[in-house]
Design a protein around this ligand. Structure first.
Ligand SMILES: O=C(O)CCC(=O)C(=O)O
Length: 273
């Protein structure tokens, strides 16, 4: 049904690739057409309304907080590709996967998962400074994400912000999205603190950033009167192995078919390219 969409090549340049490798993130403007954007929004909005899959409030306490009962502060909805043909067409469509392959230089890419991350107008939470790698079941660094803006994003609406070059700093402990964990500043060296220069990336809807799993990133709460919707796709390049109990629990652990130390594979991690 969506066979002709999400296929054409994006003009990724050597500069994009060099920037990604040097800074640990890169922006790519005007990746989706208006028609493609509308189709993805349709799937995301249907899941917001119907909640058929795995969804949670990343900033929620999990207890009966009145404020959260009526409003998710950072709504995360996982693996929409399994539920919505629109999203599957996007995730499996050649354009994004080929961009990801070019940026990473990996001969193959498997999907880890997709996720819609929503900050509605009204009370929302900042996504705290963190790396993604600590949350993932991989032993080696190298997994990475594409963060696609489904709405125009500014700092005040929760665009992504990155610490350039921080993908070279190694893996830190996971940070809490609920604001109740250890403070990142306790882990950073004086040199890292001196190099802590956030780079916000404001984007038009249909533009995206890619970021390495070790790159520190952050997004402000949405303080505007318009929703902030993003669709994230997470990639497993070749050479990444399963860390098993060395890493924290993840929602897909039951679908992992690898033994510890083997290439990270799972029944819900299809090959994309
Ligand atoms: O969209 C956000 O607020 C945070 C996104 C994020 O942390 C990620 O994509 O890894």
């Amino acid at each position: 049904m969506y066979d002709t969409l999400f296929q054409s090549d994006y003009p990724l340049t050597d500069e994009h690739i060099a920037f990604f490798r040097e800074h640990g993130y890169v922006r790519c403007d005007d990746v989706l057409t208006d028609e493609e954007l509308e189709i993805i929004r349709k799937g995301v909005d249907q899941e917001r309304a119907e909640r058929k899959g795995i969804a949670r409030d990343l900033a929620g306490s999990g207890d009966d907080d009145q404020h959260q009962a009526e409003h998710d502060r950072i709504l995360q909805m996982l693996n929409l590709w399994e539920l919505y043909p629109e999203i599957k067409a996007y995730v499996f469509g050649g354009r994004i996967a080929r961009m990801a392959r070019q940026l990473s230089g990996s001969p193959t890419l498997h999907l880890y998962h997709d996720q819609a991350l929503i900050k509605e107008p009204g009370p929302s939470a900042p996504s705290p400074w963190h790396q993604d790698q600590p949350y993932w079941p991989s032993r080696e660094p190298g997994m990475f994400s594409c963060w696609m803006a489904l709405d125009d994003v500014t700092v005040a609406r929760g665009c992504m912000q990155f610490i350039p070059g921080s993908h070279q700093w190694g893996e830190f402990p996971p940070m809490s999205f609920k604001g109740d964990g250890p403070a990142l500043r306790d882990y950073l060296s004086d040199e890292q603190k001196a190099r802590w220069k956030p780079a916000p990336v404001e984007l038009k809807a249909g533009s995206c950033t890619f970021h390495h799993g070790l790159t520190f990133h952050y997004a402000h709460a949405n303080t505007t009167d318009h929703i902030r919707r993003a669709l994230v796709t997470i990639y497993i390049p070749a050479g990444i192995t399963y860390a098993a109990e060395e890493k924290m629990a993840n929602p897909f652990v039951d679908s992992i078919t690898s033994q510890k130390g083997q290439p990270l594979r799972g029944t819900r991690f299809p090959r994309l390219v």
